[in-house]
Design a protein around this ligand. Structure first.
Ligand SMILES: *Cc1c(COP(=O)(O)O)cnc(C)c1O
Length: 376
């Protein structure tokens, strides 16, 4: 059996090595390392895949979120509503711009922002809602968009973990997550479902003017070379990453299918175990399983994690500390929040290895070790 890892980017690379190596060499030979056709071709292909009018590449997912907030004109003193149960980047960029993140609860089933609570958190200072499609499951976008429209708010989707998820509205219309809000943001961090061999990110929008703003801000606020209209930053996807991502994009649906198959295997193996709650899958979206995260009850999570580690099975806690309890947010009144669902989840979640290269032998071993621990 191959050694177990949370994510196996090496085996994945070996399967597409020829294509990837040739593409990287082609970039080196072209010596067009920043911008150029390789980057614009990838952006166009990604836009086609998503059914999105514009894709603006950038340096990473964190930048994408920051540039999105800047492009929408969010500024110091404004408020954005976000979950606390998320990766820190989502809320850190708001704080960096002097925007106050307002943390709300998540739905204990989907782990995504609870739309019922969003409305109660809206104040005259609220400018945007930033839902996170955590672990690959979509937030309740239909309700979130309705709330945003009613209160005239922007929606920035953090789609870093859910690229490729098909979200169906109640009228039957299907859209990819990341293309539903005003701007969608994603990350190509190597372990993400569409991962580069380094850093990368992108922003999605159907709005021409907004796309122009995003493009300008990501490039020192320049409207044309050496003419800088707004304060921006420097955030570029380099050509080598774009070349690699363009190849991996062709395999994305197959990668998602492999992740979903691995999730099915776990679901079946854990069915009926009353100490494990397997990931919830709403019927209206295709969970892309960036993580396979279970809830553990009546057993010590730390003891399970240690037991598994001793048997060569890695596991991770995403995330052990919610955003509102991070020291970073002391200055934003983080400790004043009362978010029992978020706290409850952070104490119980544990993620098992899931990636495109897991085989049944590996999964059987992982499952047998989890169940062996719980039987004791
Ligand atoms: C990975 C991730 C980000 C940040 O992406 P980087 O490319 O690492 O900057 C933001 N939000 C979520 C939910 C993520 O998982």
């Amino acid at each position: 059996m191959r050694p177990l890892q949370m994510v196996d980017t090496k085996t994945q690379y070996q399967k597409i090595k020829k294509e990837v190596d040739a593409a990287v060499i082609a970039v080196m030979e072209s010596s067009q390392f920043i911008g150029g056709k390789t980057v614009s071709d990838f952006a166009a292909n990604l836009a086609t895949y998503h059914g999105s009018k514009h894709v603006v590449p950038c340096a990473n997912g964190t930048d994408a979120l920051q540039i999105a907030m800047m492009a929408l004109g969010l500024k110091a003193g404004d408020e954005v509503i976000t979950p606390s149960f998320t990766y820190i980047a989502t809320v850190e960029v708001a704080a960096l711009l002097g925007i106050k993140p307002i943390f709300v609860e998540v739905d204990p089933k989907t782990f995504c922002i609870d739309p019922v609570i969003i409305e109660k958190a809206i104040t005259p200072k609220t400018k945007a809602i930033v839902p996170v499609h955590l672990y690959g499951h979509a937030a309740d976008m239909e309700t979130i968009m309705a709330i945003a429209q009613k209160h005239n708010l922007f929606v920035i989707e953090d789609n870093a973990q859910a690229i490729g998820n098909d979200y169906a509205f109640s009228n039957g219309k299907v859209k990819k997550t990341g293309t539903i809000g005003h701007i969608g943001c994603t990350s190509f961090y190597p372990s993400k479902n569409l991962g580069a061999f380094g850093d990368g990110g992108a922003m999605f929008t159907d709005d021409d003017a907004l796309a122009e703003q995003l493009r300008m801000i990501a490039s020192h606020g320049q409207s044309k070379r050496y003419y800088h209209d707004v304060v921006g930053c420097n955030s570029r996807l380099d050509a080598m990453q774009a070349a690699i991502l363009d190849i991996k994009l062709k395999h994305l649906d197959e990668y998602i299918a492999a992740r979903r198959k691995a999730a099915d295997f776990y679901d079946a193996a854990f069915a009926g175990n009353d100490q494990i709650t397997v990931p919830f899958r709403a019927a209206n979206n295709t969970h892309v399983f960036h993580q396979y995260t279970i809830l553990l009850e009546g057993a010590s999570r730390d003891a399970l994690s240690q037991f598994l580690a001793d048997k060569g099975v890695p596991s991770m806690i995403y995330y052990p500390v919610p955003a509102h309890r991070q020291k970073m947010f002391d200055a934003f009144g983080g400790s004043d929040y009362h978010l029992p669902v978020t706290d409850w989840l952070t104490e119980r979640v544990i993620s098992l290895p899931i990636h495109t290269e897991l085989d049944e032998e590996q999964q059987q071993f992982i499952v047998s070790k989890v169940l062996e621990f719980l039987d004791n």
